[in-house]
Ligand binder design. Structure first.
Ligand code: AP5
Length: 220
């Protein structure tokens, strides 16, 4: 049986950063649609080429492409596991699609964490974000700096700004979140699944708040 936990939040709220921390404290399969799409782009696959135009503009990739990569990911993974979804679902259409995929696998959603931070915090985090070109580890110039400037602590790879972290694209991504993703909050709150987390606080405190509210894993 698949038990799903979802990290929902605006660009820069810390979904990827907190997912890394959660994986260290619990046995999760981490599924980030953003990372999966960037891998498809890097590999020059047809799906990646279609997605890239949307990503470069800060627009959402069409639901059918997203549901395709999620279905393939679930089909290729274990039948009984805890999945941590980061950046998915992002529309109510995707949320309904996930419900159907989980129902077909006798699974369900255990918790949805809504990561909340002020707009000023989100913008500052995205402007200062640097990502390793080799292993995709995420840093922040001021908040979570690497030991040596522009070099990844974990693998020694070069750190760069993400192409969609330019000012104009960031502002569009925040607006797209407001318009298209905020509807999900009501969708999950109505089902009693939503927990609000202050994601503007220090990373370790936000992580501890999530771990405190994490449902105990049900044996397979
Ligand atoms: P995606 O990669 O999912 O990007 P996003 O949602 O815009 O979120 P980010 O990755 O920018 O932020 P995050 O919340 O993970 O923050 P992070 O931990 O890095 O999607 C990219 C694009 O792909 C989308 O625009 C869309 O085109 C497409 N896409 C993806 N999924 C899709 C879907 N389901 N449907 C349709 N399209 C989809 O942190 C940010 C920075 O802050 C880092 O520098 C970090 O070090 C720092 N930081 C984090 N937490 C803290 C903290 N507590 N204190 C201090 N600093 C912190």
């Amino acid at each position: 049986m698949i038990q799903a936990v979802i990290l929902l939040g605006a660009p820069g709220a810390g979904k990827g950063t907190l997912a890394e921390g959660l994986k260290r404290s619990a046995d999760f399969i981490h599924v980030s649609t953003g990372d999966m799409l960037r891998e498809q782009v890097k590999a020059g696959r047809p799906l990646g080429l279609r997605a890239k135009a949307y990503m470069d503009q800060g627009e959402l990739v069409p639901d059918d492409l997203i549901m395709q990569i999620i279905a393939e990911r679930l089909d290729g993974g274990p039948a009984a596991a805890r999945y941590l979804f980061d950046g998915f679902p992002r529309t109510t259409e995707q949320a309904r699609g996930l419900d159907a995929l989980l129902a077909a696998r006798h699974g369900g959603i255990r918790k949805v964490f809504l990561l909340e931070a002020s707009r000023a915090t989100l913008v500052a985090r995205l402007a200062g974000r640097r990502v390793c070109q080799q292993c995709a580890a995420v840093y922040h110039l001021r908040n979570i700096p690497p030991r040596q400037a522009d070099v990844c602590d974990q693998c020694g790879g070069p750190l760069r700004q993400r192409p969609d972290d330019t000012e104009a694209t960031v502002l569009n991504r925040l607006e797209v979140f407001r318009q298209q993703t905020e509807g999900l909050i009501a969708y999950y709150a109505a089902r009693g699944l939503l927990a609000r987390i202050d994601a503007g606080q220090q990373r370790d405190q936000a992580l501890a708040d999530i771990i405190n509210l994490l449902p105990v894993a049900t044996p397979p």
